[in-house]
Design a protein around this ligand. Structure first.
Ligand code: GLC
Length: 481
C-alpha cells in the first residue's frame, strides 16, 4: 500500500502546472458556457496569411529591428532597413491571390475533423486582410490589385466559408501594429517590437492608438457575422504590472502599453455576446484560455488551454515547406487532448491563395483517423493518471476520459499486444473494454488489485496513428460504492 501512495496522491491532486500569469475564470455566464463548449472542440485550424507570403518569408518579423538575427533580411529585398520596409510594405501593390477559394479550405478543415478556425485578420506588420475603414494598408485599398475582386474582403470570405461548414470562427488580431503611426511613430525610429515613443509623454498619440485598435476590433465584431473567439496576439501591448519577469521577452518591456482591455472586451461582447477573448500571455480576466506556443506542455495546465503549432516549420507560407507527418500530427493531438488541451494547427496559404497539396493530404489523413477514433478526442478531459506507469501495461500511450460518462480511452501503439493493467484503486470496477475502431469486445479479468485487459493480436496497420481501447468503468466515487 505504501508503494501506491504517491500514485494515489497523483490521482487525488493531479499535477497541474500553474499558468504563467494568474488565470481568472469568466464570470459572465454566456462566456463561461461558451468556454465549456469550446473545451469540447479540441482541434482547430490557424491560418497565417498576408502579402509577406509573396516573398516566402516569416510573417511580419523581418521589419522588426530587434529580430534581425533569426529572420535575416535578404539583400535583394533592400540594402538598408528603410529600403527594406518600403519594399515590404509595397508587397501590398502586388498581392493578388486570384486562386483564393476559402470553401475548399473550409471543406478540408471540416474533413480533417477540425472544429474551429482562427484567421490572421491583421498581423504585427499592420496589413489588414479585412475591409477596414481605418487605414489604407489593407487588401481592399485601390493600391492592392485584388481590391476590386468580389472576394477582396478575405477575412469575410474565410469566416463565411468556415461557418457554412459548421466550424466556429476566431479572429486573430495583432494588438501591436508596426505600420500604424500611432504605434511606431515615424518621428522616431523603431527599436524593437514595442511602441517607439513614451505614451506617458505623448498621451494624445497613445489615445489615438487605443481608438484605432478598438475601432478595428469593432469593425471585426460587427461586419463579419457571429464571432466566437477574439484571439489577440502581441503580448507586449499590456499594462506594465502584468509582466512576468521570468519570460525574457516580457522582461524587455519597459513601457506601459495599456490599451484598456476592459472597454475593448465590453464593446466586443456587446456585439458578440459570450465571445471568448484570448489576450495572449497577459493573464487575468481577458485571457479566457491560455495558449502555449510551438510545444505541448508536459501536463494538464489545470486551466483551459490550447497549443498552437505549425503543420510545417513556419507560421507563414515558405517555399518547399517540410510538413510534419500525419502520424506526428495525430500523436501531437493525442498528447494535447490527453493533457486536457486543444490543438490549433497552423496551415499557411501561399501568395496565390492556395494551400500546398501536402497540407491537404495531411488534413485528409488526420480526418480519416479521427472519423474512427474521434470519440476518444472530442468532448474529453484529461485522465489524471496519464502516466503509463500509473496505468500499467505495455504499449499504453496516453488516456483521455469522457467528461460526462465514466469512460476512459487509452491510446496504444498500433502494434501493441499483450495486456493492459488498470489498477483497482483508480478504476474501481471495469465494466467493459473494447477496441474503439471495430467495437470488438476485449476480455477483462481481475487479478489481485488490477483489472487486466487482454489485447488482440497486433492489428494490421490501417493508417497512421494510434489504436484506441475504450474502457467503461465505475469511477472511485461511483454511487455503487
Ligand atoms: C509567434 C510568432 C508570431 C505568430 C504567433 C502564433 O508569436 O512570432 O508571428 O503569429 O507565434 O502563435
Amino acid at each position: 500500500m505504501r508503494r501506491l501512495l504517491p500514485s494515489l496522491l497523483l490521482l487525488a491532486f493531479p499535477t497541474f502546472l500553474t499558468a504563467q500569469a494568474p488565470y481568472v475564470p469568466p464570470t459572465d455566464t454566456a462566456v463561461a458556457a461558451k468556454l465549456e463548449r469550446w473545451k469540447d472542440l479540441k482541434f482547430g485550424l490557424l491560418m497565417h496569411w498576408g502579402p509577406y507570403s509573396q516573398w516566402g518569408v516569416v510573417e511580419s518579423w523581418s521589419i522588426c529591428p530587434e529580430d534581425e538575427d533569426w529572420c535575416r533580411r535578404k539583400p535583394e529585398h533592400g540594402a538598408t532597413y528603410n529600403e527594406y520596409v518600403k519594399n515590404y510594405e509595397a508587397l501590398q501593390t502586388t498581392f493578388d491571390p486570384v486562386k483564393f477559394n476559402p470553401d475548399t479550405w473550409a471543406k478540408a478543415a471540416k474533413d480533417a475533423g477540425m472544429k474551429y478556425v482562427v484567421f490572421t485578420t491583421k498581423h504585427h506588420d499592420g496589413f489588414c486582410m479585412f475591409d477596414t475603414k481605418l487605414t489604407d494598408y489593407r487588401v481592399t485599398d485601390p493600391k492592392c490589385p485584388f481590391h476590386d475582386d468580389p472576394r477582396a474582403n478575405l477575412a469575410k470570405g474565410v469566416f463565411d466559408a468556415f461557418r457554412a461548414e459548421g466550424l466556429w470562427t476566431g479572429a486573430y488580431f495583432s494588438k501591436p501594429d508596426w505600420h500604424s503611426p500611432y504605434y511606431w511613430w515615424p518621428y522616431f525610429p523603431p527599436k524593437d517590437r514595442n511602441v517607439n515613443y513614451l505614451p506617458t509623454r505623448y498621451p494624445e498619440r497613445w489615445q489615438q492608438f487605443k481608438d484605432f485598435t478598438s475601432g478595428q476590433i469593432e469593425e471585426l465584431m460587427t461586419g463579419y457575422g457571429p464571432m466566437d473567439i477574439l484571439w489577440l496576439d502581441g503580448g507586449q501591448v499590456r499594462p506594465l504590472n502584468t509582466i512576468d519577469t521570468n519570460v525574457s521577452w516580457q522582461k524587455a518591456i519597459l513601457i506601459d502599453q495599456d490599451i484598456d482591455m476592459a472597454s475593448i472586451a465590453a464593446m466586443a461582447r456587446k456585439h458578440q455576446p459570450g465571445l471568448l477573448v484570448v489576450d495572449r500571455t497577459v493573464g487575468g480576466e481577458y485571457e479566457n484560455y491560455v495558449t502555449p506556443e510551438g510545444h505541448v506542455p508536459d501536463a494538464d495546465l489545470g486551466v483551459p488551454w490550447e497549443t498552437c503549432l505549425p503543420m510545417g516549420t513556419s507560421w507563414s507560407w515558405v517555399p518547399n515547406e517540410k510538413y510534419k507527418s500525419t502520424d506526428e500530427i495525430i500523436r501531437t493531438l493525442v498528447s494535447v487532448v490527453s493533457r486536457g488541451g486543444s490543438l490549433l494547427l497552423n496551415v499557411a496559404p501561399g501568395p496565390d491563395g492556395q494551400l500546398d497539396s501536402t497540407a491537404y493530404v495531411r488534413l485528409k489523413e488526420v480526418g480519416e483517423w479521427l472519423k474512427v477514433n474521434g470519440e476518444a478526442v472530442y468532448g474529453t478531459r484529461a485522465l489524471p493518471c496519464e502516466d503509463p506507469k500509473v496505468i500499467g501495461g505495455t504499449g499504453v500511450y496516453r488516456g483521455t476520459k469522457s467528461d460526462r460518462k465514466s469512460t476512459a480511452y487509452l491510446f496504444l501503439e498500433p502494434e501493441a499486444s499483450g495486456e493492459i493493467r488498470l489498477p483497482w484503486w483508480a478504476f474501481r470496477e471495469v465494466k467493459t473494454a473494447s477496441l474503439l475502431a471495430s467495437g470488438k469486445p476485449l476480455p477483462v479479468r481481475l487479478e489481485k488489485i488490477d483489472f487486466v485487459i487482454h489485447l488482440p493480436r497486433p492489428q494490421p496497420k490501417r493508417n497512421a496513428g494510434l489504436m484506441v481501447v475504450k474502457v467503461e468503468y465505475w469511477p472511485l466515487n461511483s454511487p455503487r460504492f
